[in-house]
Design a protein around this ligand. Structure first.
Ligand code: GTP
Ligand code: MG
Length: 372
């Protein structure tokens, strides 16, 4: 299931909701036509109160309904919401809107009664004015929730959209080891560029398709690239969200140390990541193979096999040879595109072996309509 954070519409603020409601109400009253003055005023006042209340309650409920319900959201999204804006606040502010909507409907009902029961036009005007006043004060109480939702939307719409039904490969490693380059080299089509709110770095989400199944690749800059003890609760929470997500974790190591992090530090980080994502299969990959001097022994052979495989239409599941470095670690060059195809097939095998992905299993909160 894909939460469409990006398409959440803007949330109107208190004044905007009131302006919209009252101006529509005014127009609705203008359209009333009755030669009897009392009837006309009664209808006008009623129309105003009801239109204003309708607009407000629909606007509020529309927001409640378009925002994903936490109970039905995949675990990754719930953890991300919690880390980014807080689940308790999320629930609270949405329920404030629900409350507001109900109050406004009640007010319109009560004051419509008053308008109907009196024969004096000034009392009808009073009842309409009173309704407007009460509605405005309800909106004053809902106002902070609208502000909160609007701000949260700005944060949430930058989250990566990840389809929980499809396998997902989490790519991590120290800064600058080549995570984004790797994802981009492996991806067909456009990459999505997103942000986690805890880092200024861009996250890339890419895809490749193998045998009609789409594999997602997710970047983790600023998340899994420095020691865990330096992290705050929010970051830790986001990190554990990754555990729910990944079918496979790829840990990239830059042995050339061009990235600015020593190999020792990178290995410490690897231990950290293992501890934090115990439930997910992890594969260590060394990056930037083109920088090795000399190049890996099997460089030309792997390159040749990959080219032939691509020329033959990339069909079937051949055992393409993997590229290994001098330390017997699987390696590849994202820039020169060597070792990438064999890496892709290795990923496919690992995902299949990990058994995390079962096409018949639906994520939490999903129901199959054919088995009841
Ligand atoms: N020679 C060579 N350079 C590479 C390769 N992959 C990445 N680089 C370079 O390494 C640098 C960092 O690459 P990125 O892909 O941005 O690294 P990253 O891990 O995404 O970095 P952050 O997002 O900052 O954590 C860039 O200058 C890339 O051009 C590779 O296979 N070979
Ligand atoms: Mg990057």
């Amino acid at each position: 299931m894909k939460v469409s954070w990006r398409t959440l519409p803007t949330v109107l603020l208190e004044d905007e909701v009131l302006d919209k409601a009252f101006s529509r109400a005014r127009k609705a009253a203008d359209r009333v036509d009755d030669s009897d003055r009392i009837f006309r005023v009664r209808k006008q006042m009623n129309r105003m109160v009801q239109t204003a209340a309708d607009i407000i309650s629909t606007t509020l409920l529309d927001t409640v309904n378009t925002w994903p319900s936490l109970d039905q959201s995949p675990k990754f999204d719930v953890s991300m919401i919690d880390a980014c804006v807080g689940c308790d606040d999320y629930r609270h502010h949405l329920s404030m809107l629900q409350w507001g909507s109900k109050q406004v409907v009640n007010i319109s009902r009560q004051n419509a009664h008053k308008i109907v029961r009196t024969g004096r036009t000034e009392l009808m005007h009073d009842a309409r004015r009173e309704a407007y006043g009460r509605i405005s004060s309800i909106m004053r109480r809902v106002g902070p929730s609208l502000v909160w939702l609007n701000q949260s939307r700005e944060v949430l719409k930058r989250l990566p959209t990840i389809d929980q039904v499809l396998p997902c490969i989490v790519v991590c490693g120290a800064p600058n080891v080549g995570k984004s380059a790797f994802i981009s080299a492996l991806s067909s089509g456009n990459m999505e560029v997103n942000h986690y709110p805890f880092t200024t770095k861009q996250i890339h989400v890419g895809h490749f398709i193998h045998r009609r199944l789409q594999y997602q690749l997710v970047d983790t800059p600023g998340l899994l690239d420095r020691p865990m003890e330096k992290r705050n609760d929010i970051e830790l929470q986001a990190i554990s969200a990754l555990e729910n997500l990944g079918s496979l974790v790829l840990f990239l190591v830059d042995e050339s140390q061009n990235c600015g992090t020593s190999l020792e530090e990178q290995m410490n980080l690897l231990e950290d990541v293992k501890k934090h994502l115990p439930g997910t299969e992890l594969m260590v990959v060394s990056s930037k193979a083109d920088l090795f001097d000399p190049r890996p022994e099997s460089w030309d052979f792997v390159k040749q096999c990959e080219l032939e495989w691509i020329e033959d239409g990339s069909e079937g599941e051949p055992e393409l040879p993997l590229l290994y470095d001098v330390n017997e670690r699987v390696t590849m060059s994202a820039i020169e595109g060597v070792g990438m195809e064999s890496m892709k097939l290795e990923i496919v095998r690992k995902v299949k072996d990990s058994n995390v992905y079962d096409p018949m299993e639906l994520p939490d909160g999903w129901f199959r309509s054919d088995v009841n």
